[in-house]
Design a protein around this ligand. Sequence first.
Ligand code: SAM
Ligand code: SF4
Length: 330
Amino acid sequence: MESRLVDFYGRVARKLRLSVIDKCNFRCNFCMPENPEWIPNEKILAFDEITRLVRIFSTFGVDRVRISGGEPLVRRNIEKLISELAHIRPIRRLGITTNGFFLAEKAAQLKDAGLQSVTVSLHSLRPERFSFVTRVNSHSKVLDGIRAAKDAGFENVKINAVIIRGYNDDEILDFAAFAYEEGFNMRFIEYMPFDGKRKWGMDKVVSGEEILSKISKRYQIVPLEREAGSTAINYKFVDGGGEFGIITSITRPFCSDCDRIRLTADGKIVPCLFDIHEYDVASLLRSGESDLEISEYLKKIVKLKAPGVESLMKTSVELKHVRPMYRTGG
Ligand code: SAM
Ligand code: SF4
């Protein structure tokens, strides 16, 4: 290995969150603005541009890639991109985060293409509620998608739920029961200020502590060792099949060992979700720069990664709506 991508605070980039499209067939009200402005098609990175960049990242030891969006399964021929990425030798883990709507029809193809893991977002177990927040009548399709992923051979399917006060905080125990009884890995996500409608407020955040306290009153659980760089604190049920994780990005962010880097669908590198800065690597790709020049650029911009939300909170700067989540992929 030639070298690593290390930032000014000594953190090493190992994971790439890859947004392949900003468009989505859902309109989750904690993510999308009322009238989203989509990136023009010609600005969206082509598959060969994405694979070239991933290959360059991989020379720096970035060996875990998670495909996201917008809705990644809306991108035409996504399985072709997956197959190309799966063939990049150093990539050890290749996963996707999806709203699950097209999963029932695509799960087997995705598996064949070389995808290794699937995370499906399901923010309510109640169909009407789910339709209300996503604005699409899709609950049963997403459940079918989750089952199809299991049937296609994806192990340890993860389920994401953003917990929002007054929307679904009364379902915490239902989600826990879903994980316990069905053997899923449930992930409770604290609501982050990246909603297109700018309705986020601390009063709507349900803290990881509150989530844990509710679950631990009902179930016997044990914490699992936290993997370095992980966004979640994970637990398992002592006598059940499933696990759950709590992503405390607001109340207890793990910025000090963050190892993620994000690439938007139009080729902007976003070193930190909470930072307004993003860096245009697409224009380098499209102006004929060599791999070496792009590598030098990556080293330079990763160095500039912000210390993270922890430092923002210490200096009591207010958390801001930097960019909506559908633009970075979460
Ligand atoms: N469309 C796919 C999906 O929904 O799974 C992938 C993209 S989505 C932006 C990635 C993740 O971000 C999802 O799990 C979604 O629930 C989460 N997310 C969206 N808006 C959020 C917010 N304001 N706070 C916390 N998580 C959010
Ligand atoms: Fe689409 Fe995912 Fe955003 Fe919902 S959270 S609007 S499914 S990108």
